[in-house]
Design a protein around this ligand. Structure first.
Ligand SMILES: Nc1nc2c(c(=O)[nH]1)N[C@H]1C(S)=C(S)[C@@H](COP(=O)(O)O)O[C@H]1N2
Ligand SMILES: [Mo]
Length: 403
């Protein structure tokens, strides 16, 4: 357990051996007496609630009406999984009400055998299950020009992480027989938006899958019930929800979302279409914007790192505005294309400072600063903002987004 020893050593290096000063501990040392029986068991409950004392971890809406969705309260997150009821949502035309017994998936185009699958058919195929993050390419788009979000929910809340279960796309395509000239696949959703995206065939044959379950149960309506595409590590938009049609072709379709919103500006007036990957990013979720430190002393800095290219190799934390950096502990599990929790012990001396984190993935790619992002996209970029996030800590402990 090398990492936990390092963790402990860093903690003791940061000051005296005791992590919490006596004044920070409960003063009343009377033992709590044993309890009598609890509430009678309610056998009519069909789906359990959270503790009534847990009220703060709430979704936060970004829009009303049909276009928009909700942000994950990352400041309250622990570990690497997002509870399904707190998974962020982005809808382009509301959430359709689909009866799974009537839902069908058509696979056609450059295949030997065109087929329509019912949900019952799909559930009979061999299943796969993987933990993956899903991040909207527009996560943090409001932050390009100036720090705007108060909390990490507002600045980074369009990323979440679930265990997804379903059928490997390769297995289905092999069932139909893909023709030699095939290179791309169009995925189409069964919502009013008819969301369509072109997926390269190599990705479809690599690790893409059709998910019908999330965190141990069938998908939430908001996550695409009864069937969605999961394209691990690729921008959220390509993970088409309420999937109804896959068309195999020999070139991309250049759909609305490929032509406009999801293309990125590059130097010399060039545009990068088909960015695909969500590149390595990290953010400190605690302490973070909108929180207040309760006096000097020990705090655990905790956050999430992720990369659409593979696994998180390391996350470094700076508690002095980027002058010095230390390796954080990766809490594990460390899985490919998945949120990875990092922690770092810190003793705050009560002085004004800025804390930030920087992620490196297993390709060697290092999360950029805003200055580096500007060189690439200009200050008016919209999508694929993976720049380093800074939180300022004032002398009174107040934490603000300085980006
Ligand atoms: N059919 C359909 N699929 C869709 C969308 C949509 O509006 N309709 N939104 C996309 C976008 S922009 C994102 S970021 C992800 C969000 O997935 P989630 O709502 O499950 O978090 O779904 C994608 N798939
Ligand atoms: Mo998105």
């Amino acid at each position: 357990m090398k990492s936990s020893r390092r963790h402990f050593m860093q903690a003791s290096l940061a000051g005296s051996a005791a992590l919490l000063a006596d004044s920070a501990l409960a003063q009343d040392t009377t033992l709590i007496p044993g309890r009598g029986p609890g509430e009678p068991i309610d056998s009519s409950v069909t789906y359990a609630d959270r503790s009534p004392y847990v009220k703060d971890a709430k979704m936060r809406g970004s829009a009303n009406g049909l276009v928009g969705g909700g942000f994950t309260p990352l400041q309250h997150s622990r570990g690497m999984v997002t509870p399904s009821g707190l998974h962020f949502e982005v809808h382009h035309s509301g959430v359709p009400d689909i009866d799974p017994s009537e839902h069908k998936l058509l696979i056609h185009g450059l295949v030997d055998d065109e087929k329509i699958f019912t949900m019952e058919n799909l559930l009979r195929f061999p299943s796969v299950s993987h933990f993956h993050f899903l991040e909207c390419a527009g996560n943090g788009m409001g932050e390009w020009m100036a720090p705007r979000g108060k909390t990490v929910q507002q600045t980074h809340g369009l990323t979440s992480c679930s265990e997804w279960t379903g059928v490997s796309l390769k297995v289905l395509l092999n069932e139909l027989g893909v023709r030699g000239d095939a290179k791309w696949i169009l995925a189409e959703g069964d919502d009013g938006a008819r969301m369509t995206r072109s997926i390269p065939l190599w990705k479809a044959m690599d690790d893409a899958f059709l998910a019908y379950a999330q965190n141990g149960e069938f998908l939430r309506p908001e996550q695409g019930f009864p069937l969605r595409l999961i394209v691990p590590g690729f921008e959220g938009n390509m993970n088409v929800k309420w999937l109804r049609r896959l068309e195999v072709g020999d070139k991309p379709w250049w759909t609305h979302h490929e032509n406009t919103e999801y293309a990125d500006p590059r130097p010399n007036d060039e545009i990068r279409a088909f960015s695909f990957y969500m590149e390595a990013r990290s953010v400190i979720t605690s302490p973070s914007g909108g929180m207040k430190l309760n006096g000097p002393g020990f705090y655990e800095i905790s956050g999430l790192g992720w990369s659409g290219h593979g696994t998180v190799k390391k996350v470094e934390v700076s508690t002095d505005d980027g002058n010095t950096w230390q390796d954080a502990t990766l809490q594990g599990p460390v899985l490919p294309k998945c949120h990875t929790r990092f922690t770092h012990p810190w003793r705050w001396d009560g002085k004004e400072t800025t804390i930030l984190s920087r992620c490196t993935d297993d390709t060697g790619y290092v999360q950029p600063t805003y200055d580096e992002m500007y060189k690439l996209q200009g200050p008016v970029g919209i999508m694929h903002n993976n720049a380093i996030q800074k939180w300022h800590i004032a002398q009174d402990g107040e934490i603000t987004n300085v980006r």
